[in-house]
Design a protein around this ligand. Structure first.
Ligand code: SF4
Length: 377
């Protein structure tokens, strides 16, 4: 399988910055040179480590949508997923923090409320990241599920960074960790053309109803394109994960989600899929204003929500229940044994939908680990 088979409009979500800001203290990292080589027409500007007011000034000068910031990350690269209070079950995922932001532009993107850096940012001190992984993964008896798609999309920058193959070099041989790359793009050439051991690496796509994709997911690939990419990755030997998040409640949602589920199984078999997660739409109250300003056309925050115990606005339990029951039933029609789990949901809805609930976050984490062991043999 080669990149020739990649869905042909994958470049739609490709980020092509016209300016690259390089933090002076990061300029000697090898990744800087290789990214700049792939952007021969971009203006390259070396800047002092920008903070606070500098970021505003640079944003006005260069425009955040067409500028890439290459920076050194000074904190920990590996972080626990910011899952919230024990009330909602979190799967104890670890995030490998290699970049910030994304150009896809989903209206519901939670990053709008979190980031105070306006630029899509790539951390380039990869040697520090791998050294930290070496130290962390040495811990005996611990199994790690690690993803890069929490504060950015895992693949949209890959044509510029070639990062996926660097990660495969590391995780393809890692006995006690699996890597999950999560995306709404189809920039999979680096994955398909990778010549080495891919190990148990999981490539995942976020899915939604076709209408949500068209109206709320900016430059993301279409559902068909994502699933075509998933099938190509499966042929290359990757495990496939799928994430229905955020599930939205809108007129006609049943037909729309039914259509997406049917599409999944025209491209993949149940056994190809390591897990499917589901999470209903939720947002921090302060995101509402930012979201309205950035995406005035959307009405996803209209309607009634309750304030959850984690402070996030959520649909009422009865609405979540309807969405979950419907989607799980549809998926089970095609794949009775595929592992389905909730992202940040309470015990009651676990029990109601699946007839069982993890006692705590550790148990949910253990269930997901077991999915990985199955493939580890
Ligand atoms: S793809 Fe993910 S990170 Fe990018 S805008 Fe959409 S929700 Fe945000």
């Amino acid at each position: 399988m080669t990149s020739a088979a990649v869905p042909n409009n994958y470049s739609r979500s490709l980020f092509r910055p016209t300016t690259v800001l390089v933090e002076d203290e990061a300029a000697d990292c090898p990744l800087v040179e290789s990214i700049i080589e792939r952007l021969p027409n971009a203006e390259v500007v070396v800047v002092k480590r920008p903070t606070g007011a500098d970021l505003d000034r640079l944003s006005q000068e260069f425009g955040p949508l067409t500028t890439l910031l290459l920076a050194r990350h000074r904190g920990r690269f590996l972080k626990a997923c910011p899952g919230t209070a024990e009330t909602y079950r979190c799967c104890l995922y670890q995030i490998l923090h290699l970049g910030l932001g994304c150009n896809i532009g989903c209206s519901y993107c939670v990053l709008q409320g979190y980031l105070n850096n306006p630029f899509i940012t790539q951390f380039v001190n990869l040697d520090d990241a791998f050294a930290e992984l070496d130290r962390e993964l040495k811990r005996p008896g611990t199994f790690y599920r690690i993803g890069t798609g929490e504060f950015t999309d895992s693949l949209f920058m890959d044509p510029l960074t070639g990062l996926a193959s660097r990660l495969l070099d590391y995780f393809g041989r890692c006995p006690n960790a699996v890597l999950e790359l999560k995306s709404k793009s189809v920039a999979i050439s680096g994955l398909l053309d990778y010549p080495g051991e891919i190990g148990e690496t999981i490539v995942s796509w976020s899915l939604n109803a076709p209408r949500v994709c068209a109206q709320e997911e900016g430059h993301a690939a279409t559902i068909e394109e994502r699933l075509t990419a998933a099938a190509l990755c499966r042929q290359r030997g990757y495990r496939i994960g799928l994430h229905f998040d955020p599930l939205l409640d809108f007129p006609g949602w049943e037909d729309e989600y039914r259509q997406t589920v049917a599409s999944i199984f025209t491209h993949l078999k149940g056994d190809d899929i390591i897990w499917i997660s589901i999470g209903a739409f939720r947002f921090m109250p302060q995101v509402k204003e930012v979201l309205k300003e950035n995406h005035p056309q959307t009405n996803i925050t209209a309607g009634e929500f309750i304030r959850g115990l984690d402070g996030k606005q959520r649909y009422f339990s009865a609405i979540r229940r309807r969405l979950y029951r419907f989607l799980v039933t549809e998926i089970r029609r095609y794949a009775p044994n595929v592992f389905i789990y909730f992202c940040m949901e309470d015990q009651y809805l676990w029990q109601d939908t699946f007839g069982r609930a993890p006692a705590d976050n550790q148990e949910l984490g253990h269930w997901l680990d077991k999915c990985c062991y199955r493939y580890h043999g």
